[in-house]
Write a protein that binds this ligand. Structure first.
Ligand code: BJW
Ligand code: ZN
Length: 245
């Protein structure tokens, strides 16, 4: 756990911040029971990303990829937002239109908690996209048929998720860029900081003058770059930031 001094310092910087931007990763949902990607029990320990999370993998074996997503949808459907997700909502309510949340998570738990001002930069596991007509729709069916098809054009549906080698949606990236360049505090919660473009966000915010605070169970490749690194569980540490400085 970080010392009380470090928590106090983080609260002081937050209290002085006019604009706040938050980046979250799988670590914030780990406390809800959603597996991370790179941890000891992480998804990439048992599955190879190139077999499941690339457009080539989907082209090669869409049934296998959909099996994996059906399994994850089933698992995530049983999970609830935790105190860290709720604390992020509380921050949004305090900062009103001066806060922006950027999440790499596709589990939808930030929305379930009540976050409204957010970019889901890697997509959402509860949305599907038609490989034919491109229409995106919400879909909470569990399980989806092994090869789900579009109601409009009968083409194969795919998860509305950004896979390795795919570009992020330009509109979202533009909104994130604005939020990174125009914040006083950039709070980075539960991400290993190795997947681009999100891995570069702390440098962008820092170069633009923001104070960067990291909350993570462990040190990360970004820990040396940030101004304040708080080690511990997101569910314990994020709510502590809500107390007065
Ligand atoms: C806790 C905790 C607790 C645990 N409390 N903390 C070389 C250089 C630069 C870029 C590239 C490169 N080679 C290839 C690229 C591009 C590639 C990339 O970055 N690859 C890297 C691996 C090097 N990026 C892309 O392809 C992206 N697109 C792109 O860049 O387009 C332009 C372009 C294309 C091609 C070439 C070059 C440029 C798209 C990336 C899409 C990533 N998608 C995934 C999977 C989606 C599948 C799915 O979910 O269904 O998104 S990858 C996976 O990693 C997932 C996550 O969102 C993402 C980030 O993971 P995250 O959230 O950080 O999780 P973990 O598990 O890594 O970390 C958890 C952390 O929590 C740990 O630090 C723990 O300590 C901590 N923690 N419990 C607090 N209780
Ligand atoms: Zn279609």
């Amino acid at each position: 756990m970080p010392t009380d001094d470090h928590i106090l310092l983080a609260r002081r910087h937050l209290a002085a911040a006019r604009k706040l931007t938050i980046l979250t990763g799988a670590g914030i949902s780990a406390d809800s029971g959603v597996p991370t990607f790179r941890g000891a029990d992480g998804l990439w320990r048992n599955f190879r990303p190139e077999d499941l999370a690339t457009p080539e993998a989907f082209e090669r074996d869409p049934r296998l990829v959909w099996e994996w997503y059906n399994w994850r949808r089933e698992l995530i459907a049983t999970k609830q937002p935790n105190s860290a997700h709720h604390a992020v909502v509380e921050l949004e309510q305090r900062w009103v239109d001066r806060m922006w949340l950027i999440t790499q998570n596709v589990d939808g738990l930030h929305r379930a908690a009540g976050s409204q001002r957010l970019s889901e930069i890697h997509g959402n596991i509860w949305k599907v996209r038609c490989t034919g007509c491109g229409v995106v729709s919400e879909n909470r069916e569990i399980p989806l048929p092994p090869l789900p098809t579009c109601r409009l054009c009968q083409a194969l549906l795919r998860p509305h998720i950004v896979w390795f080698g795919e570009s992020l949606w330009e509109e979202e990236i533009h909104r994130c860029d604005e939020a990174l360049r125009d914040c006083d505090v950039f709070l980075v919660i539960g991400t290993s900081g190795v997947v681009y473009p999100a891995a570069g966000f702390a440098s962008v915010a820092k170069e633009a003058g923001a104070m960067v605070i990291e909350i993570n169970l462990d040190r990360t490749p970004q820990s040396n770059l940030v101004d304040l690194s708080l080690q511990g569980r997101a569910k314990d540490l994020v709510p502590l930031l809500l107390y007065p400085a």
